[in-house]
Design a protein around this ligand. Sequence first.
Ligand SMILES: NC(=O)C1=CN([C@@H]2O[C@H](COP(=O)(O)OP(=O)(O)OC[C@H]3O[C@@H](n4cnc5c(N)ncnc54)[C@H](OP(=O)(O)O)[C@@H]3O)[C@@H](O)[C@H]2O)C=CC1
Ligand SMILES: O=C(O)C1=N[C@H](C(=O)O)C[C@H](O)C1
Length: 246
Amino acid sequence: MIRVAVTGAKGRMGSTVVQAVTDASDMEVVALFDAGDEITPQSVNGAQVAVDFSIPSVTESNVHALLDAGVDVVVGTTGWTEESYARVREHAEAAGRAVLIAPNFAMGAVLAMKFAAMAAPYFESAEVIEMHHPAKVDAPSGTAVATARGIAKARAEAGLGEMPDATETDELGSRGGRVDGIPVHAVRMRGLTASEEILLGNVGEQLVIRTDSFDRVSFMPGVLLGVRRVIGRTGLTIGLDQVMGL
Ligand SMILES: NC(=O)C1=CN([C@@H]2O[C@H](COP(=O)(O)OP(=O)(O)OC[C@H]3O[C@@H](n4cnc5c(N)ncnc54)[C@H](OP(=O)(O)O)[C@@H]3O)[C@@H](O)[C@H]2O)C=CC1
Ligand SMILES: O=C(O)C1=N[C@H](C(=O)O)C[C@H](O)C1
């Protein structure tokens, strides 16, 4: 049995993870953490892997505390930067432990990011629209940032230049934010859970890649896969695709 701790255990995602781990035949929940609970070598209660779905402002410090407690970590919380990745990579390597950080654990979203990067070199224009429930505290979504970065990297490697855009005035920021030059638009709407549309355009054609999570159970197969695959690794892995052989 894999002994699992969950941080952010009372949250929307954390409580769904607790149920999924409880239902998995090869795992058991051994520790739960929420705001105010201290993560120590004692309080992790022998956990081998922790799953963090907390909040962007605390996720990095949770990961450092979990590594200090001798636990590998699977992270779904957003808000990571190149600098925080670097600090965690260094800590995990020094500790001989593993951290897997994934902006999205839903299979559809993981594949949509992959397909977008594959398609990007063949289209003049690319924009990302992410759509989420109104209780989400961060924008743009971690998934949209990762999608845009993947598109930008693929465009750069293919030698593509600036996208066509004649906009001269945009006082309201209507053209969206830019992630590595790719426009990203965020919608917050009652009724939604998590959706993303990637629009790619050429003269006379458009490709739309869309992924929808209608329920948080959609993230659970990926989270459980991450728990199983993080064991035995060392250092930092970014993206579920990296442990899926994609
Ligand atoms: N990678 C993926 O596939 C997915 C990622 N996410 C991301 O996961 C994160 C959580 O989302 P969601 O579950 O909707 O958010 P919630 O706000 O529902 O849950 C966050 C939980 O973390 C708790 N918390 C606050 N501080 C701490 C702390 N120091 N240590 C441990 N727990 C703490 C909160 O407690 P309190 O309310 O008392 O402050 C709350 O219970 C977000 O960043 C979201 O973007 C979401 C879905 C999928
Ligand atoms: O807050 C959410 O709900 C989600 N957050 C992640 C993100 O920011 O990409 C993953 C998914 O979109 C749901």
